[in-house]
Every structure is written in C-alpha cells, then in structure tokens.
Design a protein around this ligand. Structure first.
Ligand SMILES: Cc1cc2nc3c(=O)[nH]c(=O)nc-3n(C[C@H](O)[C@H](O)[C@H](O)COP(=O)(O)OP(=O)(O)OC[C@H]3O[C@@H](n4cnc5c(N)ncnc54)[C@H](O)[C@@H]3O)c2cc1C
Length: 247
C-alpha cells in the first residue's frame, strides 16, 4: 500500500450542501475526502455491508482497528465505522454497519443508495492492534464489532446480540466464526458472557473488548478479577446507552 499524499488526505470536496455554514464547509474541505456509495447490501436483518469508492480514497494507509467517520448531515454531524478492508489502489473501502438505533447513522445505512456522494474523514487510528497476534486473541463485542472482526480475523469472536440469529447470518456472510449470546433485559446474560469469555482464555490470550460501553466495563472488571494483566487487554467503547455519535 502506498504512502498517502497531501492531495489524497486533503482532497477538496466540491459538492457540499449549501446549507452548511462557512465554518463547516471549510472544515469539510480541509479534513474530509469525497467518496460515493458503491453498494449497500443487507447481509442480515439490521446489518448491512456498505462499500464506498472514490479517487480520494486512493493511496491512504489503513490498518485493522482504524476508524472512518462519515459526514451525515449539516455541520460536523458524523457517525463512526470500522473499515473491514481498504483497497488503496482502487480507492475502495467497506464496512458492516447496523441499523439498530434511532439515529442518523442507522437512518443513512437503511437508505444509502449506489452513487450517493458523501464526505469521509479517515482512516484514522482507533484500536491499536498491530502488537497483538490475532491467532491468539479473543474479540468480545456486539453487532458493531462485526466489521472489526472481519478486518482483524481473531481466533475467537464472542458477541452479545439482540438477535443472535441475525449476527450468525452476518458472520456466515463474512466467513467469520462467531459465538453469539442473546442480550437479556437487565443484562441478565452477562454471567453467561463472562463464563464463555473465561473459558476462551489461554495463558497468553490477548483480549479486545469493544461495542457497548457498559458491557466493556463489566467484562474489563471480570478480567481484572481473573488476574489478567492489563497489557493483555485493549478496550474501546463503540456506543453507550443514551449517548449519540461516539467517536
Ligand atoms: C471507533 C468506532 C468504530 C465503530 N465501528 C462501527 C462499525 O464498524 N459498525 C457499526 O455498526 N457501528 C460501529 N460503531 C458504532 C456506531 O458508530 C454507533 O452505534 C452509532 O451510535 C450509530 O449511530 P446512530 O446515528 O444510528 O445512533 P446515535 O444517534 O449515535 O444513537 C441514538 C441512540 O441509539 C443508541 N445506540 C447507538 N448504537 C447502538 C447500538 N449498536 N445498539 C443499540 N442502541 C444503540 C444510543 O445509545 C442512543 O441512545 C463504531 C463506533 C466507534 C466509536
């Protein structure tokens, strides 16, 4: 993959909506790249595989765990996703995105049509995974980490899910071995999730916790209680109850 050029990272956006303020237009031109939807394929109820393309996506550096922010409305309204691939020669990337929330991200994923233009910021570092061996790693999360799992391909993936059948269908479409535990009211599924996590740990296993903030915090406490050294753990909350647009 080639080194990013100033032209690529600072690609000019030419068709920003006129309703943006001058400041928002300036920031968009400075930091965002123009792309367009190439395809938007539902791979399971509530889960889509979205592919973006555009010359401005060429020559950018990407690693599994990096994030991409999509500009989805006026001003700096963005939502964040995890590319599962980046073809720097073709100028193409793809990610799995959910439609499970009442927010602009889920709305956009539901309706994004091929050819639709949008501005994107990134890829940029989010979860630093380069020092972890995926063959000896466990990824814990939920629907929002399917894309990360597809990018990084850890040995084990254990997810909490509103509808395990949907997550399993998406995992099958992505050729990912995934275990899914059904979410229960009041987080009554946490003991089962923690028990399965513990059963998946070898003496050197690295653990990545992502997805819902409350579950990440709970599982982190469990790992500490099991005596797992913190240098074996990485965490990143992808969303939190009652909060919008986490980055
Ligand atoms: C670094 C990073 C990488 C991410 N990568 C991905 C990815 O690859 N794929 C992906 O699908 N998501 C990913 N996410 C999560 C995604 O950005 C959030 O779920 C986002 O909030 C969705 O935007 P929205 O506009 O639909 O909902 P928002 O407007 O942000 O939220 C509206 C309401 O829905 C709730 N909510 C948000 N997400 C969920 C959810 N998953 N389930 C239930 N309720 C929810 C919020 O708490 C809030 O109450 C990532 C987030 C971060 C920070």
């Amino acid at each position: 993959m080639s080194t990013p050029t100033p032209t690529a990272t600072l690609a000019r956006s030419t068709n920003r909506p006129a309703r943006d303020s001058w400041g928002a237009q300036w920031l968009t031109r400075l930091f965002f790249n123009e792309a367009a939807v190439q395809s938007n394929e539902p791979i399971a109820p509530g889960l889509h595989l979205v592919t973006l393309q555009g010359p401005a996506l060429r020559g950018l550096l990407w690693s599994p765990g990096d994030k991409l922010q999509l500009k989805l409305g006026r001003g700096m309204l963005t939502r964040t996703y995890t590319p599962l691939m980046w073809d720097g020669e073709a100028g193409r990337t793809a990610f799995v995105a959910h439609t499970l929330a009442a927010g602009p991200g889920s709305d956009w994923v539901r309706r994004a049509a091929p050819g639709e233009p949008l501005a994107v910021f990134g890829p940029r570092p989010s979860l630093a995974l380069t020092e972890l061996d995926p063959a000896d790693s466990l990824l814990m999360g939920d629907e929002t980490v399917l894309s990360l799992a597809a990018a990084w391909r850890p040995a084990r993936v254990l997810l909490e899910a509103g509808e395990p059948a949907c997550v399993n269908a998406a995992a099958q479409a992505l050729a990912l071995p995934v275990q899914a535990v059904a979410r229960e009211p009041g987080d009554a599924h946490w003991p089962e999730l923690a028990a399965r996590m513990r059963a998946s740990l070898g003496p050197t296993t690295r653990i990545v916790l992502a997805g819902r903030a409350a579950t990440v915090q709970h599982l982190l406490r469990q790992l500490k209680a099991y005596g797992i050294a913190t240098n074996r753990i990485r965490t990143k909350a992808y969303w939190a109850d009652g909060k919008t647009g986490m980055d």
